[in-house]
Design a protein around this ligand. Structure first.
Ligand SMILES: Cc1cc2nc3c(=O)[nH]c(=O)nc-3n(C[C@H](O)[C@H](O)[C@H](O)COP(=O)(O)O)c2cc1C
Length: 221
């Protein structure tokens, strides 16, 4: 059974890349939904396009890219691309739009405030939001890695609704106790917490071991 990964148009496309790499390296299957707006953030943050007709090539380039912008940091990912199935964001007849389509759950990373509102209100304006509503109604795991600051009352209320509906609200908020020395470490910390919430094993960050001082030692990976 696949994990559905939804990428919405908040800043933070490196978080999505880190989650996707970790899932497939772990042997998980992924159904990928990339919102229309997130193609703009991807272009802005990486210079890369994401086109439905060329999704494999575009995904390969995106996932190979390190958070510092180096293009071939993760090129071994090539071997795992077959584990990913792509669905167009406008395709409301796609598998993940039905509860009878099996999945382990859904990870929205990053989640825009528009996406948070849409899922909280059940708008289903595109496949990403529909798949999230389906995930909730089927009682499956939904992790929402929201990225915005500051947060207004409206978004806070939507986040409470999501929490009450059973979702895990996970602010894309890196911590510094794991000894980050590089931008990729901060990205991997957030990606790792998303996978922790989903119950997927990973080695993306160094866990807290109960002793002060680790944060200044550096070297998370
Ligand atoms: C470069 C860029 C960065 C953005 N960053 C954020 C962000 O961090 N958080 C957010 O909620 N929206 C952000 N937005 C706005 C969303 O993309 C916009 O609300 C969009 O409608 C979200 O649509 P979606 O949820 O369907 O992907 C950003 C937009 C652009 C172009």
């Amino acid at each position: 059974m696949p994990w559905i990964v939804g990428v919405s148009g908040a800043s933070g496309t490196p978080y999505a890349a880190a989650v996707l790499r970790a899932l497939v390296e772990r042997g998980e299957s992924v159904d990928l939904v990339v919102s229309r707006a997130s193609r703009l953030t991807l272009l802005d943050e990486t210079g890369l396009p994401f086109r439905d007709a060329h999704w494999r090539d575009d995904l390969r380039a995106w996932l190979a890219r390190g958070a510092d912008g180096k293009p071939d940091t993760f090129d071994a990912f090539e071997d795992h691309l077959d584990a990913v199935r792509h669905w167009s964001a406008g395709d409301l007849a796609a598998g993940p739009s039905s509860g009878s389509y099996p999945s382990k759950g859904m990870l929205i990373v990053p989640a825009s405030t528009a996406c948070v509102a849409g899922v909280a209100l059940g708008l289903s304006k595109d496949l990403l939001q529909r798949a999230a509503s389906v995930t909730l109604k089927e009682g499956r795991k939904l992790v929402v890695a929201v990225r915005e600051t500051p947060l207004n009352g409206q978004t806070l209320r939507h986040l409470v609704s999501l929490d009450e509906a059973g979702a895990t609200v996970l602010p894309a908020s890196p911590a510094f106790y794991a000894g980050a020395t590089h931008i990729q470490d901060l990205v991997d910390f957030v990606a790792g917490r998303v996978l922790d919430a989903a119950g997927v094993e990973h080695h993306l960050y160094r866990r807290w071991e109960g002793e002060l001082g680790g944060g200044s030692r550096g070297g998370t990976t």
